[in-house]
Ligand binder design. Structure first.
Ligand code: AHM
Ligand code: MG
Length: 300
């Protein structure tokens, strides 16, 4: 079977990028081991006013330390940090954007959560999603799975007992499926979103929503459909963050033939102003994205 190293070599991945991807992917092992000791909530909130899980903080500090020691990364923008972390002693100029532990409300119920990563060249974390050099996520489910793109399509690896990632699928294509998940309380949905959900339900779409974006995205990647975290009354920007969550997963979606939008525009074209910028998110199969954009137009 092809290992992660063999895949990166075969695809002529630059040396430092290869080291960086492998280094990050390996952190799935200590992060998984930290689940038992970090089950509870910490007594702190992140800058979004969300209570931090102990594992959120543990994974955040762990990955930042590993990246700092590697000297491969000049800047890190993390969902759990108030500011961009600068590493002046770095010898490479990659920038990493990350959600160290996405889906943290599910840690205590042992449902699937993951680590989301985007990698840019040229030292800056505040770039458009379409300019990502690589995007990946590790999913801590029954298996530890790595989904990766280095701008050459999407592939999925699984971690074996020897700590080696083995290629399970290459050239992953997101089908036109019928799964959907949506965040936001129903009474707070805006009219266009309610209409979209009504239409796709009438057309046979089936609800699948766990509360972990990365896990919900993974099943959309495999089976097709749409994941939504919409604008809602009183929260016109929704909940999810453009830089740490939407862009890496949207980039993977696009590499697999899917798309991402805020309802009006391709999110990968949006230049972030600040690391903590929020955005409504619709990500999934091409046909679903076309449909929500048509409905938004009808209602505007
Ligand atoms: P997190 O990064 O702190 O886990 O927050 C983001 C999560 C997403 O993974 C998930 O889709 C969403 O928040 C769930 O929110 P809600 O509980 O409002 O449905
Ligand atoms: Mg998150």
């Amino acid at each position: 079977m092809t290992t992660l190293r063999q895949y990166l070599d075969k695809n002529r991945c630059a040396d430092d990028l290869k080291k960086l991807i492998e280094l990050i992917a390996q952190q799935a092992i200590p992060i998984r081991q930290a689940f038992i000791a970090n089950q509870n909530y910490a007594d702190t909130e992140n800058i979004y006013g969300e209570q931090q899980a102990a594992l959120d903080k543990w994974a955040d500090i762990h990955i930042i330390n590993v990246l700092r020691d590697s000297k491969l990364v000049a800047e890190i923008a993390s969902e759990e940090q108030p500011d961009i972390v600068k590493i002046p002693e770095a010898t490479s100029d990659y920038a990493v954007v990350m959600d160290p532990l996405d889906g943290s409300s599910l840690i205590q119920v042992n449902l699937c959560v993951g680590t989301i990563i985007g990698i840019y060249e040229n030292g800056s974390a505040l770039q458009k999603g379409k300019d990502l050099t690589a995007a990946m996520y590790m999913l801590y489910g029954p298996m530890t799975v790595l989904t990766l793109t280095i701008r050459k399509g999407v592939c999925i690896f699984a971690l074996n007992e020897e700590g080696e990632y083995l290629l399970m699928e290459e050239g992953v294509k997101m089908p036109e499926g019928n799964l959907y998940g949506t965040g936001g309380l129903k009474p707070d949905w805006l009219d266009y979103h309610a209409e979209f959900i009504r239409r796709i339900e009438n057309e046979g779409s089936k609800l699948r929503y766990s509360g972990s974006f990365v896990a919900d995205f993974h099943q959309i990647l495999k089976y097709g459909g749409i994941y939504c975290y919409p604008a809602v009354k009183g929260k016109e920007k929704g909940k999810l963050r453009l830089v740490f969550e939407a862009n890496p997963l949207g980039f993977i979606a696009e590499q697999a033939g899917g798309a991402i939008t805020d309802g009006k525009r391709n999110l990968l074209e949006v230049k972030p102003d600040t690391p903590d910028q929020k955005t409504p998110v619709y990500v999934g199969s091409r046909g679903m994205i076309d449909k929500i954009q048509e409905i938004v137009l009808e209602y505007s």
